[in-house]
Design a protein around this ligand. Structure first.
Ligand code: PFF
Length: 478
């Protein structure tokens, strides 16, 4: 494996500053904001979850994002864009490139299952568009549909036929869309798409939010089935959760997943910046946008809407944000005026949010094939196609009970990112150096970041991560 850059293979760059910010925000804003966050917050103490959540954002999320952007631009200016090359230039040791391979594997494996959920969203949106999902008023129909579609409950796997085969086709379609955006090149593909998708998403999700909040208490004789009750469940602080280490773990895990920090994606995006391009304000802006989507939209739609239908949520259901999103919410849309339109808008939003994220997981791998091996774009795309087919094929094959999806998510989406984030924090704080980091961060910066952030990155972040990870291991590993 040669991680030396080959000129031409990856000669690309961002078109504009707002474009980079929106592409990074596109990677961050995804299913994590709309499905994962509400489930996690409601499960771990509601309003109380927000304390560890914001501490993780300030202590881990934003500083690590700054570190990733800084290191990425530094390596990119020296001609390296894929993680093995980036890690090698930062560590100045040829063996470091093997570490970089981990930074490619993690987003790739997350992609293999993320794209399956992306496909569910598109299928739901299409079924709303055709009106299929609004026929009949049996509340059980959505659970049955979801089970058939995902193969989670049907006999056999998704390869067994019926809606499962549709899923297979739509996963392939989603892959083709992802690939199309990547092959068009960074600024004409991902950037151009995110420039339209992110503002569009903000508008559409706000429309759904307003509609959901207007549901109020549809049946005054059932006051518990109301938006107010849902908002209370989501946001009333249950203080005892603060003493449970699981809450802190969940909060930091959510920050990583949501900001796309620790996945090796931001470092890759930033490697296409020029020497004097701002990283400090850009990273902060992208993260702030993500938080707006997460707290103000994701946090106010799913759970409150679910209450209108259920009147309460069994905490066990929160284990699976999927059930809330794909079974409970369709029942809410079935009850509301204009439900077909809002159902379509909601699932279309999820699909758009998902695609701006999934594309960011594949792009580093594609660039690695070109940069690290000198492959042509076509060959790289073909190889990527084969790998994605195998990966998502495994997820689909073991879809009964969503086994593979859960396993991959546990090992990559949770364990893997803790490891990679720790590696990146140590690499930044102890090898790259915080003095150099501080200077690099401020090259071309539009804001001044206090030096205490660097000290935090060197000492607090690795310790915080290790403590959380140790607690996690004690709790989850046999
Ligand atoms: N941040 C995305 C979300 O909230 O859905 C998920 C994600 C994107 C994870 C990119 C990992 C990644 F590399």
């Amino acid at each position: 494996m040669d991680s030396t850059p080959r000129d031409g293979a990856t000669r690309a760059g961002w078109g504009s500053r707002i474009g980079v910010i929106l592409a990074a925000a596109g990677s961050a804003v995804g299913l994590g904001n709309f499905l994962r966050f509400p489930g996690q917050a409601a499960k771990h103490g509601g309003g109380a979850f927000m304390l560890p959540y914001f501490i993780s954002l300030l202590v881990l999320g934003i500083p690590l994002a700054w570190a990733e952007w800084t290191m990425g631009r530094y390596a990119g200016v020296r001609g390296y864009h894929s993680a093995p090359g980036i890690f090698r230039v930062l560590l100045r040791h040829h063996a470091a490139k093997y570490l970089g391979v981990v930074a490619l594997l993690i987003p790739f494996i997350v992609y293999t299952y993320y794209v399956v959920v992306e496909a569910w969203c598109l299928i739901y949106a299409l079924h709303y568009a055709t009106g299929d999902l609004m026929r009949g008023d049996d509340p059980g129909q959505y659970a049955a549909f979801f089970g058939r579609l995902t193969g989670a409950t049907a006999e056999g796997s998704v390869f067994g036929g019926g809606d499962g085969l549709t899923l297979l086709g739509v996963v392939a379609l989603c892959f083709a869309l992802n690939l199309y955006l990547i092959v068009r090149g960074l600024s004409r593909g991902i950037e151009a798409f995110c420039k339209v998708a992110i503002p569009g998403l903000a508008v559409l999700a706000t429309i759904v939010l307003v509609r959901v909040l207007l549901l109020g208490t549809p049946d005054p004789s059932k006051p518990s089935q109301s938006i107010e009750a849902g908002l209370g469940f989501m946001w009333n602080p249950r203080a005892e959760a603060l003493f449970d280490p699981e809450t802190w773990l969940a909060a930091s895990g959510q920050i990583f997943f949501s900001l796309s920090v620790g996945f090796g994606v931001l470092v890759h995006y930033a490697s296409y910046l020029r020497k004097k391009d701002d990283v400090a304000l850009s990273a902060l802006t992208a993260n702030s946008m993500n938080e707006l989507f997460e707290v103000c939209l994701g946090g106010l739609i799913t759970i409150p809407a679910a209450f209108v239908f259920l009147g309460a949520i069994d905490p066990g259901t929160l284990e699976s944000s999927f059930k809330l999103g794909f079974v409970t919410l369709p029942n809410v849309f079935a009850m509301m005026w204009g439900g077909r339109v809002f159902g379509f808008l909601w699932f279309f939003c999820l699909f758009i949010a998902a695609i701006t994220s999934s594309v960011s997981m594949l792009q580093p791998v594609m660039v690695f094939f070109q940069e690290g091996t000198g492959m042509s774009r076509r060959r790289a795309a073909a190889l990527l196609g084969v790998l994605c087919a195998v990966g998502s094929g495994i997820v689909l094959y073991f879809s009964k009970g969503l086994v593979a999806l859960d396993t991959f998510d546990f090992w990559m989406g949770t364990v893997g990112i803790f490891v990679l984030a720790t590696v990146q924090a140590v690499l930044y704080g102890w090898v790259f150096g915080i003095e150099r980091g501080h200077e690099e961060l401020h090259r071309g910066a539009h804001i001044k970041v206090p030096f205490v952030v660097q000290i935090g990155l060197k000492y607090v972040v690795p310790v915080y991560l290790l403590v959380i990870f140790a607690a996690f291991c004690v709790k989850n590993l046999p």
